[in-house]
Each structure stands twice: as C-alpha cells, then as structure tokens.
Design a protein around this ligand. Structure first.
Ligand code: EPU
Length: 423
C-alpha cells in the first residue's frame, strides 16, 4: 500500500494530466488479507484498472478474485475504477488512455508484459493506440462537440468517429465492445446538449456520403439516416411528393427526425414511416416495419438501436402546392421564432393537453429574456433557449431547471425536456 502511495506521489511530481494506474493483485492469500487496505490505497490514481489475481502457484480461494477487489474499491468510493481480465488488459488500457496521461503499471506477477505491450503500441501507433487501424472513415481525437451541436456547446469527444458505411459502423461498435468504450450517437446535434466536460468513448456521427444517400423506388422514398431534412424536402419535392413540409425548419437529419418523431404544425414523421433499417449495439441489422415501432409525441420507442435507413411513403403532390406550404411555414417561423442565435429549436415538449404550448406557459410565467451566463430565453418565443455567446451546458441546464420550477409554480404543469441532455 505504502509503495503504491509513494509511487503515485512521485508520479504527481512529473506533472502529467492524469495518473492511470494498472494493478495486478499478487496471490490469493495476500489479496484476501489486504482487501480492506486495498480498498483505500488507490485514491491517488485518477483512473484505476484492476485485473485478475496473479496466482504465483497458489490455489484459488473462494470469492477472492480480481473482480471482488474491483467491487471493494468501487464500493469504497473510488471515482473511476474498472476491471479488465488479464488477457484483455493491454487493449482495454490502451483504449482508455488520453494524451498527457502518465501510466503506472504495478504488480509482482506478469503485468510488466502489459507495460511493454502498451509502450510498444503507443510508440507505433501514436495516440489512437492502433485502435482504429485500417478503419475506413474519419476518426478524430478530442474533437470539440461544440463544433457539432446547433447550440455550439459541448466539451471534447474522446473519439469522434464517422464510419464510411454500414460495415464500418458495425466495426466501430465492435471496437467499442472489445475495449469497454461507451458509444454515443450524435446526429445533426440539433436536439442535444453534451456536457462541458465532453464525452468519453466513441461519439459516432453518421455523416459520411454513404449515410446521406436517398433514392426513390416506386411509391417509396428510401433515405439514410444522415440525410439533412432540408435535402430530403428538396429531393422528395423534385420527385413529385408532398406532405413533408412540416419537416422544414426543423434543424436536423432523417435519423434524428425518426428518433424524435419530429414534427410541427400538428404533424409528425411517424405516419409516413413504412419501415426502418436499424443496427443494434452488437452490430446486428434489423428491418422493422411500422407496427414494430411505437411512435408517440417526440418518441420512437426504439432507444437502443441505431437508425440506418428509413423507407417513407408520402402522397404525390404538385410542386407548386408544396412550395406554397413551405413558404407559409417559413413565414410563420420568421415571425414567431428566434432564428438569429444558436438554439436547439424548442427546449421543452408541449404538454399533452391539446392546444397547450410550452412557449405560452413559460411566457406567462414571465421568463422571456431570463438569463444565466450566456444562456437566455428568447424574448420572441419563450420555448427557445439561446446561446448569446459563451453559454455553457451548465448555464443551459440551470435555465431549464428555473423554467421548470416557475412553470410548476405558476401553472402546476411539469415540463419535459425535448432536448436530449447527455451526461
Ligand atoms: N406563445 C406565446 N408565447 C411564446 C410562444 C408561444 O404566447 O413565447 C403562444 C403563441 O402565440 C401560440 C401558441 O403559444 O398561440 C403556440 O405557439 P407556436 O405556434 O409557436 O407553436 P409551439 O407550440 O410553441 C410548436 C413546435 C415547434 C414548431 C411550431 C410550429 C413543439 C414543442 N414545438 O411550437 O417545433 O415549429 O409548433 O408548428 O412541438 C421544435 O420542436 O423544436 C419546434 C420549434
């Protein structure tokens, strides 16, 4: 324990960003005896990865395992501890390293091999640690999410990943599974608030040309998830269809429109969805018919699958009549909404009572213009929360909490966020 503590202290003196410690317990008898002390001695490590016990010719003892040690350390309150089996330890550690980390590899068994593997790998492959070798698509390290959200807010994504196609999406998911990395899917970033601290793991964005393809087959329009709503409207109108005008002015893409059952002017996308093609987190592709989805207001009922493509059916319509509706909707938006500053569209869902508007309730609670830091409620439409410059996710969340409180007090209504708040 003492050795560990002074090593961490010495490591701190080197002045690196984080200390990542890898520890291999030695012998079952020693681990059992020192379990209690182990539970506290790693507090100086910013990230701790524990592995299986090195037996050193001892027979296993019931209930005394590396996993048990991990649970004990976690229960004692270590903020960032994980377990990786000895055979995957180097891969898992490699996947969790960030530039500027100092890695301490400790144990009396065979963990020194992991140190050698890690340093060789980092020397050969730089900061990606070979994780994405041969990957077709874009991978960026520590990419600011503020570049990818309409609010212009969000800290860095550990790995920003844009797979080239469906096969590469499967590959990205498999990399994440193998290395215990979290996956977040980010579409056009229009209804999403990432934290100021950023997101660890993979943030997958389906924005490559493959995911932006759409085609017409008979009466159906096939649109992949990354097709922007604006492009969909333009191409579908050119192909002689109509009925999708409600999508205009909703900043986002088809994937987001499906996930949120996006809509406006009393219409939403769900009645027009014939089927969808999705991928689950194990990489298995599903074709789901409309009846297998349970769409409701701003929900699709399918939260753990990634949309790849939708087959949509809209009625045939005259180009001029489609354009007339688009113009009317645009005029309504220009008159009623604040389109000058970065926003996420409406921040709260409208309450279920027909005709009840969240914007009106917030307005009547006297909150137009209310401000925290760089976040301000639009003086034009009270359901629009604006980034007036330099707003943080914390500012936005604080405003949203204050709005909920005020509307609860004034109207007895519980507002629900339309924006997906990521933690
Ligand atoms: N109102 C106020 N004060 C305000 C805002 C609105 O009194 O600050 C009143 C309006 O005068 C009107 C009523 O509330 O009588 C409804 O307002 P609006 O027509 O702007 O519609 P909304 O219910 O606020 C919904 C969608 C918008 C969509 C518009 C137009 C939701 C949460 N909002 O807004 O969608 O553009 O209808 O159809 O469903 C979005 O989802 O991001 C979005 C902006």
């Amino acid at each position: 324990m003492f050795v560990f503590s002074i090593s961490v202290e010495a490591a701190r003196g080197v002045g690196k960003n984080r200390i990542v410690a890898l520890f291999q317990p030695h012998r079952y008898s020693r681990t059992e005896l020192l379990m209690d002390e182990f539970s506290r001695c790693f507090s100086g490590a910013d990230k701790l990865i524990l592995t299986d016990i090195y037996a050193a010719s001892e027979a296993p003892r019931r209930g005394i395992t590396g996993k048990k040690l991990y649970e004990t350390v976690k229960d004692a309150g270590h903020p960032d501890v994980m377990f990786a089996g000895r055979d995957t330890l180097a891969d898992v550690a490699r996947a969790h390293l960030r530039p500027g980390d100092l890695v301490l590899v400790m144990g009396a068994g065979d963990i020194s091999q992991v140190a050698a593997q890690l340093s060789e790998c980092l020397r050969r492959n730089g900061t990606f640690g070979g994780l994405f070798d041969g990957f077709r698509g874009k991978v960026l390290r520590e990419e600011p999410l503020s570049k990818h959200t309409t609010w212009r807010i969000g800290g860095p994504a550990e790995f920003w990943v844009e797979p080239a196609d469906e096969e590469e999406l499967n590959r990205a998911l498999s990399i994440a599974r193998r290395h215990g990395l979290r996956v977040t899917i980010l579409g056009a970033g229009s209804n999403t608030l990432p934290p100021d601290e950023g997101l660890r793991g993979l943030v997958i964005h389906l924005g490559s040309p493959f995911f932006k393809e759409m085609r017409v087959e008979g009466e159906s329009i096939f649109a992949r998830t990354g097709v922007p709503n604006t492009l969909f409207i333009q191409k579908a109108a050119e192909a002689g269809f109509g009925g999708f005008e409600f999508l205009s002015g909703i900043p986002g893409n088809i994937g987001g429109a499906l996930a949120m059952n996006a809509g406006s002017h009393g219409r939403s996308i769900s009645p027009y969805v014939e089927s969808v093609r999705t991928m689950d987190d194990c990489g298995v592709v599903h074709e789901r018919k409309h009846d297998e989805l349970s769409f409701s207001y701003r929900q699709c009922g399918l939260n753990d699958e990634i949309f790849i493509e939708a087959r949509l059916r809209f009625p045939k319509a005259e180009r001029a009549s489609v354009q007339k509706i688009l113009d009317e909707y645009r005029d309504h938006r220009m008159k009623t909404q604040d389109l000058q500053h970065p926003s996420a569209g409406c921040m709260f869902k409208n309450p279920v009572t027909p005709g009840c508007s969240a914007g009106r309730l917030i307005d009547e609670a006297g909150l137009k213009g209310f401000k925290v830091g760089g976040a301000q409620i639009s003086p034009i439409h009270a359901n629009f929360l604006l980034n007036m410059g330099g707003a943080t996710a914390r500012d936005m969340k604080e405003v949203m909490e204050r709005v909920k409180q005020a509307v609860r007090q004034k109207h007895g209504v519980e507002l629900e966020s339309e924006v997906k708040i990521l933690e």
